[in-house]
Design a protein around this ligand. Structure first.
Ligand SMILES: NC(=O)c1ccc[n+]([C@@H]2O[C@H](COP(=O)([O-])OP(=O)(O)OC[C@H]3O[C@@H](n4cnc5c(N)ncnc54)[C@H](O)[C@@H]3O)[C@@H](O)[C@H]2O)c1
Length: 317
């Protein structure tokens, strides 16, 4: 569902006349293409194929949501093995058919791991691969706006970092509610500490809640936001929500995770250090440790090599 919504969003935003859809399930894909033809977009050169070589040859910008989604009760991590294998193949296919691709956005979960696996196998540079991590931050913004009965634009600096999973780090630091620091409101009667803890939990379970409400994994917001990411890489408005990217800082290395980033024509760039209270920093460290554990599981599965050997597959790492 994300793929069809992405195609529609890209056509509506008139990002490019040339869009190619790929899915191994050809019948469903044809249905998507038919629907888009029936929209009657002017000047759109939409093609579709179940042949990956045809899809990727000379592709410059790629967004992939091609993997299994969560069902009710599943975590993103439950999807690990199957989707990590899909990511490895995608990376190899990029290396074979479009080594000159400019930017790739990875959506399918667990996105930090599938993004890392794609990067390692593709041979692309770290700034050329980003993952969809922004929805956790947009969910924080939305939960705060609902709680304080404000509009979303009255909430500034809503940010989550680290893994895009239920072990994400939800930051209270740097958030402003109509210009007032959130940290000075938490623990007062306007936002008692237990209400803040409950709000953070709703943010972490924002995706699971959509599954409960709609009986399927979210697709409108991931489609829209990931197309805004690739649009930024193509030179449209700079994307300022956190994105997942390959990280090498003094404290955290060799993972893909949500950071303070911008995406523009130079790809994804991150701020080396994220400011936050000790509680926020601790949450980030623990989210990072969770990612290391998942990354090491994928190494054990043989889907990616040991860290020291990554540069043999991708000299940019
Ligand atoms: N990062 C995020 O914020 C975020 C948010 C929501 C969903 N997701 C994830 O995005 C993914 C897609 O979700 P969806 O709701 O669109 O699922 P979906 O089941 O509706 O669509 C997935 C599509 O992928 C196709 N597919 C299977 N193997 C493939 C392959 N090797 N290459 C390309 N396509 C392949 C399937 O045929 C199917 O059409 C899931 O992994 C989901 O968990 C991520």
């Amino acid at each position: 569902m994300i793929g069809s919504n992405m195609a529609q969003t890209a056509a509506m935003l008139r990002l490019t006349p040339n869009i190619c859809l790929y899915d191994p399930f050809l019948q469903g894909l044809e249905g998507v293409a038919e629907e888009i033809f029936h929209c009657g977009f002017d000047g759109l050169n939409l093609s579709f194929t179940d042949n990956i070589e045809e899809a990727l040859t000379d592709a410059k910008f790629i967004v992939s949501s091609g993997g299994a989604p969560r069902k009710d009760g599943m975590t993103r991590e439950d999807l690990l093995k199957g989707n990590a294998e899909i990511a490895a193949q995608l990376g190899k296919d990029i290396k074979t058919y479009c080594p000159d691709a400019k930017h790739v956005v990875i959506i399918f979960n667990p996105a930090d791991i599938t993004g890392l696996v794609t990067l390692i196998h593709s041979g692309l540079k770290p700034n050329q691969v980003s993952t969809l991590a922004a929805l956790d931050s947009t969910r924080l913004q939305s939960e705060l706006a609902k709680y304080f009965k404000l509009r979303s634009e009255d909430i500034e600096g809503a940010r989550t970092y680290g893994g895009h999973g239920e072990a994400m780090a939800v930051f209270s630091s740097n958030v402003k509610i109509k210009g007032e620091e959130l940290d000075s409101i938490i623990g007062t009667e306007r936002l008692p500490s237990e209400e803040w803890v409950a709000l953070k939990k709703r943010v972490c379970q924002g995706g699971a809640n959509i599954i409960k409400l709609r009986g399927r994994s979210s697709f409108q917001s991931p489609a829209y936001v990931s197309i805004k990411m690739i649009a930024a890489a193509m030179g449209a408005e700079v994307f300022k929500w956190p994105a997942g990217c390959f990280v090498k800082t003094a404290e955290m290395q060799n993972v893909v995770m949500g950071m303070e980033t911008i995406i523009d024509q130079n790809g994804v760039q991150y701020t080396q250090s994220i400011k936050g209270t000790e509680e926020d920093q601790e949450a980030l460290r623990s989210s990072y440790q969770h990612l290391i554990k998942m990354r090491d599981e994928v190494i054990k599965m043989g889907i990616i090599p040991e860290v020291e050997k990554w540069s043999e597959l991708n000299p940019n790492l």
